[in-house]
Design a protein around this ligand. Structure first.
Ligand code: SF4
Length: 698
C-alpha cells in the first residue's frame, strides 16, 4: 500500500559485503520498513538483517550532541553507570568539540611528530568518507598510521592475492556461480554471514552443481553439499596441499594454462610432492580417499570457483591458506573464464571500498605503495603540495602495541570499536585508557567511546549519501533517507571540519566532489561517474566504457603482474600459535551469527534482531556438554591464557567435540577477552580462529 509510507529512498544494506540494494519506506520521518530491490548482487533478495536491522537508528541511545570528558570523570574504562551512561562527559558545541579534538592532535604532532598519532577508519562508512579519513591522517597528522577492520578480516587474503595475481579484489562475482559446475566454499559460513550469497550457492547445488564445503564446523551449507569435509582446525594448508598433490601426481592440472599464464610451477610441484593425502589424512582428519575424490572433482570441472571467508584468513598462516587456494585455482585453470574465479567473501558492506580508498597503512588509494616516490608525487600534486611520509604506518594491532611502547599518544576512531573487536581485548582496552588523546566518532556510546576524551556524534548509513563497494567490486549508490538526530552530522562532514581545524583548508560541499577527486588517482574508478551511479545505482569495476556495467570476470587475458603471469607460492604447514595442552585442552573459535553484526552496537539495538537472538551464547557439541554435566541453556565458564568469560551453553552438532564456537557481538561475554593476538606475518591479521581454551560448568 503506497499510502503506508510518505516516501521511498533507494539505497544499499549497511551490513555484509553482499551489498544488497533496498528501498527504505519512510513514514513520519522514520524507517517504517525495508524492501529488497533489483540490484546486481541481490535481485531483490534480503536477509533478516537487511529487512529488520534498521530501527537501531531511532534508538534512544543515539548520540545527538558532541561530548567532552569531564575533568572530574573517573579513570577511563568500561565503568558505565547504566542509569547515566553519558555521566563521564559533558555536552559541548561542535566548535568547542572540534577545536578540542583537532587541537590536541596538532599539539601531539608538534611535540612528538606525526608518528605519535593514528587513525582507525571504518568499512561502515562510505568510500568518500574512507578517502577523506586517510587523507586527513596522511596530510594532517603527517603519517601513514591509518588502518581499518580489513586488518581483522581479509588482510591475509588480500596480501596473498596481491602477491600472486596482482590484485586484491575478487576475480569473479559470486553470482558467477551460475556458470560453474563445481564450487569450493572453505572457511566460510555464508548461510549466516552472507545469507543472500548463500541463496545463489543453494540454487547452484539444486541445479546439479557440485558444492564442496570444507570447514571445521559442519555448517548449514553441508545440506546442499556434494562433499562436506569437516577438517581439523588449523590444518588448511596440509589439506589443500594434499588436494593439489593429487592434481599434480595424477596429471589432472591444466598444463596449457599453467604454461601460458603462470610462473613458479616447477618449484611448486617439487614442494607439493611432500604432501601425499595418505600422509596428511591423520593431521587433517579427512581420509585420503575423500581428498583424492575432491581433487579429481575440482580438477575435472569445466568451470570451478573458490569462495572463502575468515575461517581461512584469521590464522597466523592465513596468507599461506590463501596462497594455497590461489595455487589450486591456477593449477586447474579456473580463473578468467565465466564460472571460474577466486572470491574471498568480504565481511562488511564497504570493506572492499574502504580498502580501495586507502584506509591501509602501506597503501595509498588503489593500493599504490606509500614507499614509492612517484606515488607520493602524484598525491602531492592532487593534494595541493601535501608532503606524504614514505614510511608505511602501523596496522590495527600494532597501533595498540605502539600505545604501550609510548609511540602512539593520540588516536582518532571513526566508526570502529576496538574495545570489542581487537584480539586479547583487555590488552586493547588498557591501551585505549593509556592514550593521551582519544577521539571517537560514532552513532552510539560504544565500548571504545567510553575511553574517549572527545565524542563526535555521527550519522548512521541511512542518514547520508555516499558510495560503497561490495564483495563483487560493484560500486553502489547509498542515498540519504533521513536526517541524523539532534546535532549529529554526516561523517564526511565531520572529517572535513577536523581537517580545517588542523589548518588544511579543505573545500568540499558534497560527497560527489570527493568522488571526483578520488577518480584522479584511482584507475579502478575509470568510466564510473557519480552521475552514472545516480542513474544506474551500481557500476562494477573494472569498467571498460561509459556503457559497460563492469566486468564480472577478470584476468582472462593475463594478470596485472610481470609478463601478465600469476604466481605459485608454495606454503608450508605452520601449526597454530597456541596448541591445546593439558591445561587448555579445547579449541576456541569465534565468528558471527545471522542476527548480529560484528560488535553488536547496531543489531543489538535493532528490536527484531535482538528479540530473535537476545542472549550471549556459546555453541558446543552435545557430547561435550554431556561430559561436563551441562544442559543447553546453563552457564559455562570459558577460559584461555588471556582471560575468562561466563556464557550460556548452546547445543550444536556442527561443532566438533573438542571445539567451542563463540560469536563476538556480546559485550557481557566478550569473545575477544579470550582470543589470541598472535599475527600472520604477511597480512598482520590475528589468529581469531584458534585459541587453546578450557571449559567448565560456571
Ligand atoms: Fe544486508 Fe548482507 Fe543480508 Fe544482503 S545478505 S540484506 S547485504 S546483511
Amino acid at each position: 500500500d503506497s499510502k503506508a509510507f510518505d516516501r521511498e529512498v533507494r539505497s544499499v544494506c549497511p551490513y555484509c559485503g553482499v551489498g544488497c540494494q533496498l528501498s527504505f519506506k519512510i513514514k513520519d520521518e522514520k524507517i517504517a520498513w525495508v524492501d529488497g530491490v533489483e540490484g546486481p548482487a541481490n535481485e531483490s533478495r534480503l536477509c533478516v538483517k537487511g529487512r529488520f536491522g534498521f530501527d537501531y537508528i531511532h534508538h534512544p541511545h543515539r548520540l545527538t550532541k558532541p561530548l567532552i570528558r569531564r575533568e572530574d570523570a573517573p579513570p577511563k574504562g568500561l565503568n558505565v553507570d547504566p542509569a547515566n551512561p553519558l555521566g563521564h562527559f559533558r555536552e559541548a558545541t561542535w566548535g568547542e568539540a572540534i577545536a578540542a579534538a583537532a587541537g590536541k592532535f596538532g599539539a601531539l604532532k608538534e611535540r612528538w611528530g606525526g608518528r605519535s598519532v593514528a587513525g582507525f577508519g571504518s568499512a561502515k562508512c562510505s568510500n568518500e568518507e574512507a578517502y577523506l579519513f586517510q587523507k586527513l591522517i596522511r596530510q594532517g597528522f603527517g603519517h601513514n598510521n591509518v588502518d581499518h577492520c580489513t586488518r581483522l578480516c581479509h588482510a591475509s587474503s588480500v596480501a596473498a592475492l596481491i602477491e600472486n595475481v596482482g590484485s586484491g579484489a575478487v576475480t569473479a562475482t559470486f553470482n558467477e556461480i551460475e556458470n560453474a559446475d563445481v564450487a569450493i566454499v572453505i572457511g566460510a559460513n555464508p548461510t549466516e554471514n552472507h545469507p543472500v550469497a548463500a541463496t545463489y550457492f543453494k540454487q547452484f547445488a539444486k541445479r546439479g552443481g557440485k558444492l564442496i564445503v570444507m570447514d571445521p564446523r559442519a555448517q548449514a551449507l553441508r545440506r546442499q553439499a556434494s562433499h562436506m569435509l569437516q577438517f581439523r582446525p588449523g590444518t588448511d594448508v596440509a589439506l589443500l596441499n594434499a588436494i593439489m598433490h593429487v592434481i599434480v601426481e595424477e596429471k589432472l592440472y591444466d598444463r596449457q594454462y599453467v604454461e601460458g599464464f603462470t610462473e613458479g610451477f616447477f618449484e611448486f610441484r617439487d614442494h607439493i610432492k611432500g604432501f601425499p593425502p595418505e600422509k596428511m589424512a591423520d593431521l587433517c582428519g579427512i581420509d585420503a580417499g575423500t581428498i583424492r575424490d575432491v581433487a579429481r572433482t575440482f580438477a575435472d570441472a569445466k568451470a570451478g570457483m573458490i569462495f572463502w571467508g575468515m575461517g581461512v584468513s584469521q590464522h597466523i598462516h592465513g596468507t599461506d591458506n590463501a596462497r594455497c587456494l590461489i595455487s589450486l585455482a591456477l593449477l586447474c585453470g579456473h580463473v578468467g573464464r565465466p564460472g571460474t574465479g577466486l572470491h574471498p567473501l568480504r565481511g562488511q558492506n564497504n570493506v572492499q571500498g574502504a580498502s580501495d580508498a586507502g584506509l591501509i597503512p602501506q597503501m595509498m588509494p588503489d593500493y599504490h605503495p606509500v614507499a614509492d616516490a612517484e606515488v607520493r608525487d602524484l598525491f602531492r600534486h592532487i593534494w595541493d603540495g601535501a608532503e606524504i611520509s614514505p614510511e608505511p604506518g602501523l596496522t590495527v594491532v600494532e597501533i595498540m602495541d605502539g600505545i604501550y611502547r609510548g609511540q602512539i599518544r593520540g588516536l582518532y576512531v571513526m566508526g570502529e570499536n576496538p574495545a570489542m573487536s581487537d584480539p586479547d581485548v583487555e590488552h586493547a582496552r588498557k591501551a585505549l585508557a593509556r592514550l593521551e588523546h582519544l577521539v571517537v566518532q560514532d552513532v552510539f556510546l560504544t565500548e571504545t567511546a567510553n575511553f574517549a576524551d572527545v565524542i563526535l556524534p555521527a550519522s548512521a548509513w541511512p542518514e547520508k549519501t555516499g558510495t560503497a563497494t561490495n564483495t563483487n567490486r560493484q560500486v553502489q549508490m547509498g542515498r540519504k533517507a533521513l536526517n541524523p538526530p539532534g546535532e549529529a552530522r554526516a561523517d564526511w562532514r565531520i572529517v572535513i571540519d577536523m581537517a580545517n581545524a588542523m589548518g588544511l583548508d579543505w573545500d568540499y560541499d558534497h560527497p560527489r566532489e570527493v568522488f571526483a577527486e578520488m577518480k584522479m588517482s584511482m584507475r579502478s574508478l575509470h568510466h564510473i561517474t557519480w552521475k552514472r551511479l545516480e542513474q544506474e545505482n551500481a557500476v562494477m569495476y573494472p569498467c571498460l566504457s561509459t556503457e559497460d556495467p563492469g566486468q564480472p570476470v577478470v584476468f582472462g587475458d593475463g594478470f596485472p603482474r610481470r609478463a601478465g603471469r600469476a604466481k605459485f607460492t608454495p606454503a608450508r604447514v605452520t601449526p597454530p600459535a597456541e596448541a591445546p595442552d593439558a591445561a587448555y585442552p579445547m579449541i576456541l573459535t569465534t565468528g558471527r551469527q545471522l542476527e548480529h553484526w560484528h560488535t553488536g552496537s547496531m543489531t543489538r539495538r535493532a528490536s527484531v534482531l535482538d528479540a530473535v537472538e537476545p542472549e550471549a551464547n556459546a555453541s558446543l557439541h552435545p557430547s561435550t556438554l554431556r561430559k561436563m554435566g551441562v544442559r543447553p541453556g546453563e552457564m559455562i565458564r570459558i577460559e584461555t591464557r588471556r582471560g575468562a568469560i561466563e556464557i550460556m551453553a548452546r547445543e550444536d552438532r556442527a561443532v566438533a567435540p573438542d571445539m567451542v564456537f563463540l560469536p563476538f557481538a556480546y559485550v557481557e561475554a566478550a569473545a575477544n577477552v579470550l582470543t589470541n593476538p598472535q599475527l600472520d606475518p604477511w597480512g598482520k591479521i590475528p589468529e581469531f580462529k584458534f585459541s587453546a581454551c578450557r571449559v567448565a560448568p560456571a
